[in-house]
Design a protein around this ligand. Structure first.
Ligand SMILES: Cc1ncc(COP(=O)(O)O)c(C=O)c1O
Length: 384
């Protein structure tokens, strides 16, 4: 039996509707959106706009023309951070940030002398906003939060952070890589100025498509990073200021957008509540099999209801890589092992530099797969 438990890296399988919509693209009349003339091109343009509308509605955001397509959340975060942060600026981040955030910040630390601090956590595990406030300086511009940790699945209270950011007149960025399509996400309620998403994880689309949603106020403070043709205002030598063209020079990933549109449609028809409940129940079943096992340490919040569908395990009596290798080789179970692109997070959980074996679900995983995985892990640790 083949079991795919690496959905936090990229979801698999993709829904049939995503596959057939993308396949259909090759069989239809062609044209390049905003460039070619012809009925088929207008149809593609309509589909692209429909996808912007769907994404805006999905995250409760009022401005579909401020939904920008990129290739991934990584590209989105780079475009924004490099276009927004200037010499000497200061940023607050959580300790759960991914390298998609940390590496652009480190780059800007060297190139533009920016600085960043990690928001302190109180003893009960929530953010200590009193201490965080003391870190704010006249140069602080932005607060960044990863909605759900890709290492442990821990869910962050982004609404509390959004309130804190607004009270202190700071912009608020959310990395929704691990939460979009899995957790409810409301940009208005959580006071989010910019949200980065990727299409190939919980949104069930293909790789190579992602984007960001940015408020009309914030966009005025961001310089574009990529310049070129947009199909609009072709008489101008400068990039048009209109949204989303200012951030979308070059031909868009139409095929990716078509797949993403279908992926979100599928998520909407299954329902976020049902998806989260199913993933958490699968993970609870997996976790319960090891919670009394002294050979295994469970990483992150011990309550699986406070996590998305991820279980990260540190095997104490054998090498994590060997466990993952054996699960893959003998049992055909896909996981991810090692450090998951988030060095601060691993330090916080005491798993640096060893890392963990991460099991991550999608709503397409079954209990049968989880029971098979439990049995495979038990056999593997007993034989090691
Ligand atoms: C929290 C988080 N942020 C950012 C990313 C980067 O996503 P992508 O590779 O699609 O840009 C990931 C990917 O795993 C992630 O888990």
């Amino acid at each position: 039996m083949k079991v795919y438990l690496d959905n936090s890296s990229t979801s698999y399988p993709k829904p049939k509707s995503v596959q057939s919509a993308m396949d259909g693209w090759f069989h239809r009349d062609f044209g390049n959106a905003n460039r070619s003339n012809g009925k088929s091109t207008f149809e593609i343009e309509r589909l692209i706009f429909e996808t912007r509308l769907r994404i805006a509605r999905f995250f409760n955001f009022d401005f579909p023309d401020h939904v920008v397509f990129t290739k991934s959340v990584t590209e989105s975060m780079n475009l924004f951070l490099l276009g927004f942060l200037n010499h000497g600026d200061h940023v607050l981040v959580t300790e759960l940030e991914h390298n998609a955030i940390l590496r652009p910040l480190e780059h800007l630390k060297i190139k533009r002398n920016i600085s960043y601090d990690i928001m302190p956590i109180s003893e009960n595990g929530t953010f200590d906003f009193v201490k965080a406030k003391k870190l704010i300086t006249s140069q602080t511009k932005l607060v960044i939060a990863n909605h759900a940790s890709n290492v442990s699945g821990d869910i962050i209270d982004i609404t509390a952070i959004g309130d804190f950011a607004k009270k202190n007149k700071l912009r608020f960025l959310v990395d929704a890589a691990q939460s979009a399509g899995i957790l409810p996400l409301d940009m208005k309620q959580s006071k989010i100025d910019i949200l980065g998403f990727t299409g190939h994880k919980g949104l069930m689309g293909p790789t190579g498509i992602g984007g960001f949603l940015i408020s009309p106020e914030l966009v005025l403070e961001v310089e574009p990073l990529i310049f070129g043709g947009t199909g609009s205002y072709s008489d101008l030598l400068s990039i048009p200021k209109s949204m989303p063209d200012i951030f979308e020079a070059g031909t868009l990933n139409t095929l990716g957008i078509i797949g993403l549109n279908e992926g979100i449609l599928t998520v909407e028809s299954v329902g976020i509540d049902r998806i989260l409940e199913h993933e958490q129940q699968l993970i609870t079943t997996l976790q319960n099999a090891f919670k009394e096992d002294s050979r295994v340490r469970i990483i992150g919040n011990p309550n699986p209801m406070k996590r998305v569908g991820i279980l990260s395990l540190d095997f104490l009596t054998c090498d994590n890589s060997l466990i993952a290798h054996e699960l893959s080789k003998t049992y055909e179970i896909s996981t991810r092992v090692g450090l998951h692109c988030a060095p601060f997070t691993h330090r916080a959980y005491g798993t640096f530099p060893k890392g963990t074996v991460r099991f991550s679900t999608s709503f397409l995983n079954t209990y049968e797969e989880i029971y098979y995985t439990i049995d495979a892990i038990k056999r593997t640790i007993s034989n090691s």
